[in-house]
Ligand binder design. Sequence first.
Ligand code: HEC
Length: 467
Amino acid sequence: MRVFHGILLSLVGCRTPSLPDYQPADTRFSGPALADTVAVGITTGAASVDGFQIVANVDGALVVLDPRSSTPRTLRAVGPQVWGATSLADGSTLIATDSGLLLDDTYLQPSPVQALLPSPALQVARRGGAIWIRAAEGLSVWRGGALTSLDWDGEALTAPFALGAVESGVDVVWTANARGLVAVGETSEGWAPVATLDGVTGSSIAVDGAGLMLATTPDGLLVRREGAWSAWSLPSSNLRVLANPLRVGAWVAGDDALWWTNGDYFVEMSALPEDARLPDDARTVDAVGRLLLASDGGLTIVAERPTVAVVGLRNLASIDGETTVSAQTTPADGVGSVTMEVDGAALDVTDGAATLDPFVFLDDDTHRLEAVATWQDGVQAVGLLDFTVASVGTATWVDNVEPLFQARCAKCHAGSTQTRLDSAEAWETNVDRILDDVTQRRMPLGGPALTGGEISVIRAWQEGGFP
Ligand code: HEC
């Protein structure tokens, strides 16, 4: 157990800023929310994880909703309530529920970390190798096989936390207790407060992708940007803030209104489906910034502006086989076209989906997939996803090289006129000349040249010993 000692506190506590006055929020803008309901059944709680999967309680069962499939994957038929979820480095998912932390690996099992906690985890989030966990008793961090519970001045940090902002050069986690708001970061002294605001309690805290920190207080909303505080009052009660650290902007939900804000102004959303509601204690904003609301009809996805998400792959994930990605638009209706390209080269898009072939992107670079959706009224949205390619194993004659030969060379090299290349043996004997000819674009005679991916197939086959 590590506690924050008084010494550290006096270092940071001496510069506590005074609380700014609350200003009426600038709500010049308002308009109908762009909302689509994914009809799955009565949804009571939901959490978004990387790759746009959503862990939810639907019709009493614990399920995973994947935007690429219309049928939820049932994890447990009698499902606990979902408070939060996070993806782990190995691709499994840690789910905080009212019956404890569960691990969705190849099958669903209780997480061993729960046994170290005094009560069910209410919130989980991973950053790098650290998993942050909040239970009723306070905030802990799990790293390297050890759980450390954190406190501030001997008092547990019980408020919801938010990952994401940088303060004094370190990544921090914002949270609060009865004393005030605190940003905890890893310093040379271990985990310690690196920024604080005494005298306010934050009942809900969020940090967006631009480092904007929002905390709700009994009087309204506090916003911190680049070390400076501002305060807003909004005409609704029981405010909650939600954001995704990958996305600029945050949602502010009250009992009778919903706003999107970038910290400068507030866009009020109107005309939400009547039964759409924010599950208590939920932090459900997906990686393109859409708010996920529970409803009796399913899950309502609310976007502040037309949005396209590339789903099917986590951002920065690595592919090791053919991988299908698809573009999911909000609103779903009225889309005229969806195009996708990788590093500027167009992909074949059918029904909004495209296949990534690892052989095409064999080098060590990070590749950028860009999806552009154009609605019939001319509005456009762009979705981005970065990925790398893991070792793809080896290409084989039957699966990879022979089809390439048939498609690009056979019309001239299968008979007796030109050099015969219609067998694995002939390719093996001539592989250096073949590689030279195709990279120099002498072959296929009359073009078009082989793509980098097609050339990589030949190289991978050679490197693998011609299987
Ligand atoms: C439109 C016809 C045509 C196509 C398609 C074509 N070639 Fe050729 N290729 C030729 C001709 C003509 C020659 C010259 C005669 C020869 O050496 O066989 C040749 C020669 C070659 C040679 C021997 C030349 C050298 O480097 O010494 C190789 C190897 C070769 N082609 C590989 C390929 C490969 C691999 C493909 C497919 C990716 C391909 N060619 C597609 C017409 C073609």
